[in-house]
Write a protein that binds this ligand. Sequence first.
Ligand SMILES: *Cc1c(COP(=O)(O)O)cnc(C)c1O
Length: 410
Amino acid sequence: MTAQNIPNFVSHLECSWTGERAEAGVPQQLSPAGKPYLVRYDLEGAAAALTKETVAARGGGMWAWRELLPVSRAENVVSLGEAATPLIDLPRFGSAHGARAPVVKDEGRLPTGSFKARGLGMAVSMAKELGIGRIAMPTNGNAGAALAAYGSAAGMETYVFCPADTPEVNVREIALQGAKVWRVNGLINDCGKIVGEGRKRMGWFDMSTLKEPYRIEGKKTMGLELLWQLGWQVPDAIFYPTGGGTGLIGMWKAFDELERIGWIGSERPRMIAVQASGCAPIVRAYERGERTAEPWQDAHTEAAGIRVPAAVGDFLILDAVRDSGGFAMAVDDAEIMAVRDRIAKEDGLLLCPEGAATAAAWARALDEGKVGKQDRAVLFNCATGLKYPMPPAPQALDKAAVDWEAIAEA
Ligand SMILES: *Cc1c(COP(=O)(O)O)cnc(C)c1O
């Protein structure tokens, strides 16, 4: 992006609940209805400006899609090198279940080790474009790390609040990457209240999930990139570890926009929202046939990225799941960890617990006949497995008396 201006096709913002329009180009948080805004584009204009060949020539990565993204000046793009993430087959895991190998989209390769880089890279770039200098958010870990990194790259003041039990590695990476970070004796919604109050007291812009319009646009690039990688063929099913649901909502929006610019037809993958059974508000609402989700009490799971008791975009997640013919499914932590260990050992891919949750859900859905053995299933691994606790590996050798028998038997 050497040019100063990026062709920009944003037309307006639209309340996702009431359809009410709002102006783009000025800082916006939730709509007057208290719901997320969606960014709307002049898609005819975008279709005329962008071709599949152009995208391919750019070689992938989040900014290859700039005609379908909100940033209008190249100088406002805050980038740390967001490469296209690979698709990796799990042949042994697949054959153990007598099925076609599921494919993992490994988002752990992104800056700060998670797909939060897509959403927050975009949100911070837009904050820069709109002249915002002080940003804040509550986080379970990965979002705060991405906000800290992109906030520092943009030269912004960044404030982050984490639940007290957030893993040490996350709190430290947030601090090291330049944010002011606090542990709070509560859950993510308690941290969110502090940020809400700081908007008035401290002049912060609230970067919480879906409380500004642009994080979805960054996450949307997962859907664009996935279909590009699959030769514009939609997979049968996408298993997505669902917390705030930004990625599921963003991909659903991507498919809609791709249809409107004529790159795909009306076919869609089934969208499957995966949660942990210790925090499954979306699954409960799905099963009850409700459009919004009641907050989950006493949320607990080792898969911290999906420990979200209440999501402001609950209806957007549930609508996408239902409209796609998908479903919502909860898996236990024990299942999640067993699947993580197994895939690491047998297929050589270290998933984060949230990613392993999607693999556990795929295996269960297959057993229950909810997906077919020949279906093309995509599992989202949203962070590097290296940030999470791993089982101990206690074997040691004495260099003066190497125990070859022990080695042979290991
Ligand atoms: C944030 C996060 C999620 C949930 O993502 P949403 O799009 O907000 O639902 C899942 N896994 C990991 C590792 C995360 O960091």
